[in-house]
Ligand binder design. Structure first.
Ligand code: MF3
Ligand code: CO
Length: 269
């Protein structure tokens, strides 16, 4: 069942999404080689609780942490661990919160130090594809228009692998609501978009094959060919003329640019 939010509810969801963005901006400030993803998990957990919210992933179907930390060939749902991050890693930090009963859920991929041009392009194009999808989140379009736009910009244009097994989703009082938002699909197909539907749009794009597998822990999703994967996610409200993005990358990007341990070279490419 698809639910549409009232204007007041959208305001509350904006606050939830912004708390996630603010938390990810904190991560962007302190990220550096040597730090572990468990330390990042602790920081996020505390920051969310200090802001009167609840980390939503913890205990969701038994998920054991507050964030997903997906490094290199981990696509999504990586467990935070005590392995120090190193120069050349890319790491997606995905965080969900419940604030005043409303969910925020978004993700950002950070680059530690130097990476090759091929991988830098994957990061840039995956982020671009998210915005290509978001552009289509307007009234009277269909979910397939979002899906198609993402697939076109990644698979068709660059030959990247678009993960099929995991999808974006509706967001609201629940973390996963209808409809599903695949990152591949057909223009003009799928549920019609109506005003104040809130979607978590989240391309998961692989440098190599689209095929993935789940680790023995039951959660960690990895690429089959061991090549890297990138993940960006925004919370977006469907509107008539222009989608309303509830989360905010600009504060994360500002912190990222100010942190010399992080690579933002692809911004100008
Ligand atoms: N952003 C992811 C999603 O929407 C994260 C969920 S992790 C889980 O599916 F542990 F909560 F499942
Ligand atoms: Co999500």
């Amino acid at each position: 069942m698809i639910t549409y939010k009232s204007e007041d509810e959208i305001k509350l969801m904006k606050q939830s999404a912004m708390l996630v963005s603010e938390t990810l901006a904190e991560v962007a400030k302190i990220l550096k080689p040597g730090l572990t993803t468990l330390q990042i998990d602790n920081l996020c957990d505390q920051f969310v609780k200090d802001h009167k919210a609840i980390p939503s992933f913890k205990n969701y179907h038994g998920y054991p942490y507050s964030i997903c930390a997906s490094v290199n060939d981990v696509v999504v749902h990586g467990f935070p661990n005590s392995i120090p991050l190193k120069e050349g890693d890319i790491v997606s930090i995905d965080l969900g919160v419940i604030l005043n009963g409303w969910h925020g859920d978004h993700a950002y991929t950070f680059i530690l130090g130097e990476i090759n041009a091929e991988l830098l392009q994957l990061v840039r194009v995956t982020k671009e594809s998210l915005y290509k999808g978001i552009e289509k989140a307007i009234v009277n379009n269909r979910i397939g228009d979002i899906s198609f736009a993402i697939q076109e910009h990644t698979e068709k244009k660059y030959g990247y692998g678009v993960v099929r097994e995991l999808v974006g989703h509706g967001l609201g009082k629940n973390l996963h609501e209808d409809p599903q938002v695949p990152n591949y699909g057909k223009r003009g197909y799928g549920p019609k978009l109506r005003e104040n539907l809130v979607l978590a749009i989240e391309p998961m794009i692989n440098l190599g094959t689209r095929d993935v597998y789940t680790e023995k822990d039951g959660w960690t999703i990895k690429t089959k060919d061991g090549k890297p994967s990138v993940h960006f996610e925004h919370d977006v409200c469907v509107k008539k003329d222009k989608p309303l993005i509830l989360s905010d990358f600009s504060i994360i990007e500002a912190a990222e640019k100010a942190n010399s341990n992080l690579n933002t070279n692809y911004y100008s490419n």
